[in-house]
Ligand binder design. Structure first.
Ligand code: MSP
Length: 507
């Protein structure tokens, strides 16, 4: 018997996205990965809260709206509509969408800033240094070279009175916390980088801008001449989305179980975020994970190279399932990823068309040939046990956040099933040994049902097509069914068209 243990509640987040332009592959990756975990844990039975949203304050947004000669809020509303549409087309099953311009969020952030100020963690000083609009972040001499931030954006020199957060006060506490909670920062390489960064000494963090320079922000409650610098505002979305610490939702879901982000913004999550939470005495997220960076056709994605991948274009042509599958299969989770049209076609044709699509079509065609009204009787053999052990292996990978390994194992399941067909030659059995044919069919149909369930967090639409060909519907979902059961007994098989169409390359 498998042990598919799952948490009672599961709170998962993506970063909140800047909304100054179109979304590309990088943004969609973070959101799809979080969606897969959310869906997997829902399938198991966890009470899942999946949060995403938009980061709407700061200089970048303000200027983008000005460039388009639009009122900032109206400009943002139309971009949020666009964001929600992209997520809908990608079948993102978020439970809540937070905007940092939401009234409740602003109120919560002000309450938090007040609390930090009263505690003495925020003080007034004078800021002189670099500001990067691209990162909405301050940088010091160490980080800047040739007037560029570590990512390569132009920086400006700023000198103004501002408020600071005493990061340095929490430095030793944070190091100890990271040491005592080895899973807090992952993957390991990410953790090591931050441990040495913290050991080098944390400088206090500038958390405000002059209101006349950056009016599009949340006012500091204790000094209305200043607005809150975006990261203090942005990070607390994860907290305010639950309605603050007195709310029922907060009691139900806090702390986040898994917070996903790209490596470029993990510094803010690994250092500022835990310290901010500690300052207001709130428990920390259980695990943060920084995924790698996408390149496209061998280069950094950039409009000037013309290699930016926009999810809409792929969804329109191939459907969201194929896009979702490709991006999570192609990028080793936690490492860098390479997008290329060539590998897209190869991946889809080999994994989805040849292995999974063909398997289904071969098996349902054969099952229909027998044309039995009462379907097939339960039968279990050693191969069925192999399938059961794969369910456990996939689960263990999910639990360890080894997404690439989980997906590989699902693919292995389809290879093993194709081999089982090949080894048993059911087309011969149909002529020579009907009893054996029926047994082999049961094992195949039941295993394909399991495969469809395993695929359901990734192929959010196609799995229902597999189910309907197997004579099943959504009432056959649920974690108890993630085992070799008698579900397929007596089911009427209904062969339909191909699950996936082969992609032909036109020169
Ligand atoms: N608003 C901040 C996050 C605040 S969270 C409290 C932000 N937004 S963003 O829109 O610029 O980026 C959001 C996410 O997209 C990040 O996780 C980032 O790593 C990811 N990606 C953007 N481009 C990417 C690639 N080329 N490759 C992989 N992910 C990348 O940062």
């Amino acid at each position: 018997m498998n042990n598919l243990d799952f948490p009672k509640k599961y709170y998962i987040t993506t970063p909140i996205y800047y909304v100054s332009g179109k979304f590309h592959l990088g943004h969609s990756y973070t959101t799809v990965v979080a969606d897969i975990f959310a869906r997997y844990y829902r399938l198991l039975g966890s009470d899942v809260f999946y949060l995403t949203g938009t980061d709407e304050h700061g200089l970048k947004v303000q200027q983008a709206a000005e460039d388009e000669k639009k009122d900032t809020k109206e400009f943002l509303d139309s971009l949020v509509d666009y964001t929600k549409k992209v997520w809908k087309d990608l079948d993102i099953s978020y439970d809540y969408f937070i905007r940092t311009t939401d009234k409740e969020h602003k109120k919560t952030v002000q309450e938090i800033a007040q609390k930090m100020f009263e505690k003495g963690d925020i003080y007034k000083g004078s800021y002189k240094g670099y500001y990067c609009k691209g990162c909405e972040s301050f940088f010091t001499d160490k980080d800047v070279s040739e007037n560029k931030c570590p990512i390569g954006h132009e920086v400006t020199i700023e000198h103004e009175d501002a408020y600071f957060f005493k990061l340095s006060k929490y430095q030793d506490w944070l190091l100890k916390y990271i040491e005592d909670n080895p899973k807090f920062l992952s993957p390991e390489s990410n953790k090591n980088e931050f441990v040495s960064f913290i050991k080098n000494g944390l400088e206090d963090l500038c958390i405000s801008r002059h209101k006349e320079k950056v009016p599009w922000g949340i006012e500091l409650p204790f000094d209305k001449e200043h607005t809150i610098y975006v990261w203090l505002d942005a990070l607390f979305n994860y907290y305010s989305a639950l309605g603050g610490s007195d709310s029922e939702k907060f009691k139900q879901y806090w702390p986040p179980d898994f917070q996903l982000m790209g490596r470029d913004i993990s510094r803010f999550h690994a250092i500022y975020w835990p310290i901010f939470l500690k300052s207001i005495d709130v428990s920390l997220p259980k695990q943060e994970f920084a995924h790698g960076w996408w390149m496209s056709e061998g280069k950094k994605m950039s409009k000037s190279f013309g290699n930016v991948v926009y999810p809409e274009e792929y969804i329109e042509k191939f459907g969201s399932d194929i896009y979702r599958y490709y991006i999570v299969k192609e990028m080793p989770f936690g490492d860098e990823g390479q997008f290329s049209k060539k590998s897209f076609v190869e991946r889809v044709n080999s994994d989805l068309v040849s292995s999974i699509g063909n398997l289904l079509s071969r098996v349902v065609t054969l099952a229909e040939k027998r044309n039995k009204e009462n379907g097939f009787n339960f039968f279990k053999d050693s191969f069925a046990e192999e399938i059961e052990s794969k369910i456990q292996i996939i689960h263990n990978h999910y639990k360890e956040y080894e997404l690439s390994k989980a997906i590989n194992e699902i693919l292995q399941m389809s290879y093993a099933l194709n081999k089982y067909v090949q080894d048993n030659k059911p087309w011969d059995l149909l002529k020579e040994d009907l009893e054996k044919f029926d047994q082999v069919m049961y094992v195949l149909l039941e295993s394909i049902r399991i495969l469809a369930l395993e695929l359901s967090p990734i192929l959010t639409r196609k799995w229902t097509e597999i189910f309907s060909q197997l004579g099943l519907d959504e009432s056959n979902l649920g974690h108890k069914r993630l085992a070799f059961t008698n579900t397929m007994e007596g089911k009427t098989i209904k062969k339909q068209g191909h699950l996936f169409e082969k992609i032909e390359i036109k020169e």
